[in-house]
Design a protein around this ligand. Structure first.
Ligand SMILES: Cc1cc2nc3c(=O)[nH]c(=O)nc-3n(C[C@H](O)[C@H](O)[C@H](O)COP(=O)(O)OP(=O)(O)OC[C@H]3O[C@@H](n4cnc5c(N)ncnc54)[C@H](O)[C@@H]3O)c2cc1C
Length: 292
């Protein structure tokens, strides 16, 4: 069955090669599909072998534990990466990079999605997380989402109020996101490029972009900032092993080289406990933690 897959199939693939944190043990089976049919075959294989399926986009929001994943990891970044522009809309596959979509749109004088600038993501990962900034999240611009049901059929949905929420997207359980239609707005290209430049500059000055991380570790609690709370709890710069609560932005945990998932989890436990004790607020992880 795996032999019928046209894309790549690897065994015991170290997931640290596929996450922005550069951390993660091996995936028992690692598949880079070439098309939707390959994804169907990978899912059918997992079902037959009763193995869990984990979908990986760009791995920018994932903490994979040190012993890896006893199951099938399907890496979609790069696969299904086509985009087609029609008027003020783009239809784009889940494996396309968000940055590439923003750049291609800008080249055509189409903007509107500049609030998403600087978020490292595949379109599938951005949708699953409803990635965004205080100025807007991807769900604000999406008019349709296409997905694969676990039974291999294709479905689509038009977002309603509440379909997308803060770092959350309600889609059918077990579905694999295949792509989306995104609404853009015609804007003078000069303005778009100036906006992109300013947003990237701001990110660079406020986030530890030179070091490996998975972005914000915690969701912001209502009317507050997780980074502020972690900092006020005295944890900015705190290290365990080679993991560090960033001295630049306390909602980031960075890998200073050779950190393990256990190091990151220990820092998260510490922050959770300190913030709860000091402020009575229970932080909720924004990063997704997977594996053994
Ligand atoms: C330096 C840095 C800065 C960041 N800044 C921001 C920011 O400003 N705002 C923000 O929101 N996030 C930010 N992030 C986090 C991250 O970029 C986003 O969460 C992004 O959407 C992750 O996309 P990805 O493709 O890497 O997804 P992954 O990390 O690979 O996956 C994330 C989740 O989505 C699921 N998933 C991925 N693709 C699919 C699919 N096709 N179908 C079903 N499920 C899928 C995965 O199973 C996983 O649960 C930042 C991260 C870094 C490293």
């Amino acid at each position: 069955m795996l032999g019928d897959i046209r894309g790549e199939v690897r065994f015991k693939e170290p997931l640290g090669f596929h996450t922005s944190l550069r951390i993660g043990g091996p995936a028992d089976v690692f598949i880079v599909p070439q098309d939707v049919d390959d994804i169907r075959k990978a899912v059918a294989f997992a079902e037959k072998e009763r193995l869990p399926v984990v979908i990986l986009g760009g791995g920018n929001n994932l903490l994979v534990k040190d012993r890896g994943i006893r199951g099938v990891v399907i890496k979609l970044e790069g696969c299904l990466a086509r985009m087609e522009f029609h008027g003020e809309e783009v239809t784009v596959g889940a494996g396309a990079s968000l940055a590439h979509v923003i750049r291609e749109a800008a080249a055509l004088g189409l903007g509107g999605i500049e609030p998403l600038v600087g978020i490292p993501a595949s379109i599938g990962g951005a949708l699953a997380m409803n990635a965004g900034t205080p100025d807007g999240a991807i769900g604000d611009y999406v008019s349709a989402v296409y997905f694969l049901h676990p039974d291999g059929t294709i479905g689509d949905l038009k977002p309603l109020n509440g379909t997308f929420a803060y770092r959350a997207f309600q889609y059918p359980p077990g579905a694999i996101l295949l792509g989306a239609r995104i609404t853009l707005h015609r804007r003078p290209q000069k303005e778009i490029l100036a906006d992109i430049k300013a947003r990237l500059k701001h990110k660079k000055s406020t986030q530890p972009l030179a070091l490996a991380s998975a972005g914000c570790v915690w969701k912001n609690p209502p009317a507050d900032h997780a980074g502020r709370l972690v900092e006020k709890a005295g944890l900015k710069g705190k290290r365990i092993g080679a993991a560090e609560i960033s001295a630049k932005h306390a909602n980031f945990i960075v890998n200073r080289g050779g950190a393990t998932a256990a190091d990151i989890l220990a820092l998260m436990d510490l922050a959770l406990e300190r913030v709860q004790t000091r402020f009575g607020i229970k932080l909720e992880p924004e990063i997704r933690i997977v594996g053994d």
